[in-house]
Design a protein around this ligand. Structure first.
Ligand code: SF4
Length: 367
């Protein structure tokens, strides 16, 4: 029987960093392997964070290089293959070539549990590999299981199997309620979400143990494990918790999140970068491009050099057009308007105010 590998991808973002810290503290018995898919184009702050995290974890974070034998930097190697065609949200060859393929190569064909740092306050699933030997687990959510496993567990044709599992594992006073929920088939009036919530509110631990036993008869990586400590997890962690974990560990938030003051037309505001990833990432907002221009001029100039033969990082606007003084002024003014409205609302963190589309984009690069 193969040994199950447990892997955690570090993007250089706050959530995956916090997950590494959290799992080390809470589940030290998990023998985790850490990896980082390196494009050679991350911000220095990201590389620094990864080194800091390595010393905290006391383990190496393996750098995965998609074209390790290439004399060129990883992104440049593939850009050449794509004939200078810059990636975009509609043509994300960079994610495929520089993140997913090296990850799947690293994992190989052995059973692997992959930990994903999607938080309890997010409503998204993240990257799920379609390779059968990779199973995703979400320790920051109350529901640690992937959609695929929940669907299988809830299939009406599996009701009898699940009922027997609960009879075998549950001897406490909630057995009748667990069986009642199990027996209720999914229907127009009883959705998968409702059934899931019913189980989680009654007993997350019993639900987790039942799925773990259910997986024993299915060919999923966790079926090879005799014991799995995360079954006892009942927590749901939100963004505030992530910032707290980073602060308490001494690692702190990635430096690119630190807000920097700027002034425009007598008005004061702050900007920062909202996510990890390549310095030229096409998912960044215009104000983040201005942040790059004003705070990392060398990187901005490098990003500009990629724009040739009609290819630009943003649709309909080149970086040269973006940095015309009147355009910078307009972007800053629009940003101030937007953040003034938003800052009246919820969070004390600038990242909450500027990162409109946190759920969008490349999960494997940003989490
Ligand atoms: S960070 Fe952006 S540019 Fe870099 S690989 Fe991810 S999606 Fe592509």
């Amino acid at each position: 029987m193969s040994k199950v590998r447990h892997v955690l991808g570090i993007s250089g973002g706050k959530d995956s960093t916090a997950l590494a810290i959290y799992l080390k503290d809470k589940y030290p018995q998990l023998d985790l392997e850490y990896y980082f898919c390196d494009t050679d184009k991350e911000l220095d702050e990201t590389y620094k964070l990864i080194e800091k995290l390595e010393s905290f974890l006391g383990k190496k974070i393996k750098r995965l290089k998609a074209a390790e034998d290439s004399p060129e930097q990883q992104f440049d190697h593939f850009l050449k293959i794509y004939g200078g065609f810059l990636p975009s949200s509609n043509a994300r060859w960079c994610t495929q070539k520089l993140k997913l393929e090296p990850f799947e190569k690293f994992v190989g064909t052995e059973p692997v549990v992959s930990y994903v740092a999607i938080r309890g306050d997010e409503d998204r699933e993240g990257y799920i590999s379609h390779k059968r030997n990779i199973q995703s687990i979400f320790p920051f959510r109350k529901n640690i299981w992937s959609e695929e496993i929940i669907s299988l567990f809830f299939e009406n044709s599996n009701i009898k199997i699940v009922e027997d599992i609960f009879y075998n594992i549950s001897s406490n006073g909630i057995l009748d309620s667990l069986i009642n929920i199990t027996k209720e088939p999914l229907s127009f009036n009883y959705s998968r979400e409702r059934k899931l919530n019913d189980f989680l509110s009654l007993s997350t631990k019993s639900f987790n143990h039942a799925i773990f036993n259910f997986l024993k008869i299915k060919d999923y990586p966790l079926s090879f494990e005799d014991y799995y400590p995360i079954l006892e997890n009942e927590e749901s962690l939100n963004r505030e918790d992530i910032f707290r974990i980073l602060k308490d560990s001494g690692i702190g938030i990635p430096e690119y999140y630190n807000k920097i003051e700027f002034n425009i037309n007598g008005k004061k505001s702050f900007y920062s970068r909202s996510r990890s990833g390549c310095f030229f990432c096409f998912f960044q907002q215009k104000i983040e491009w201005i942040w790059l221009y004003e705070n990392h001029r060398d990187l901005f100039e490098k990003a500009k050099e990629y724009e040739k033969d009609g290819y630009t990082w943003m649709q309909g606007e080149s970086l040269n057009e973006l940095i015309k003084p009147e355009r910078i002024e307009k972007i800053k003014e629009d940003y101030i308007k937007k953040t003034t409205n938003k800052s009246n609302t919820k969070s004390p963190y600038l990242i909450d105010i500027i990162s409109d589309a946190e759920g969008e984009g490349c999960n494997i690069c940003f989490i």
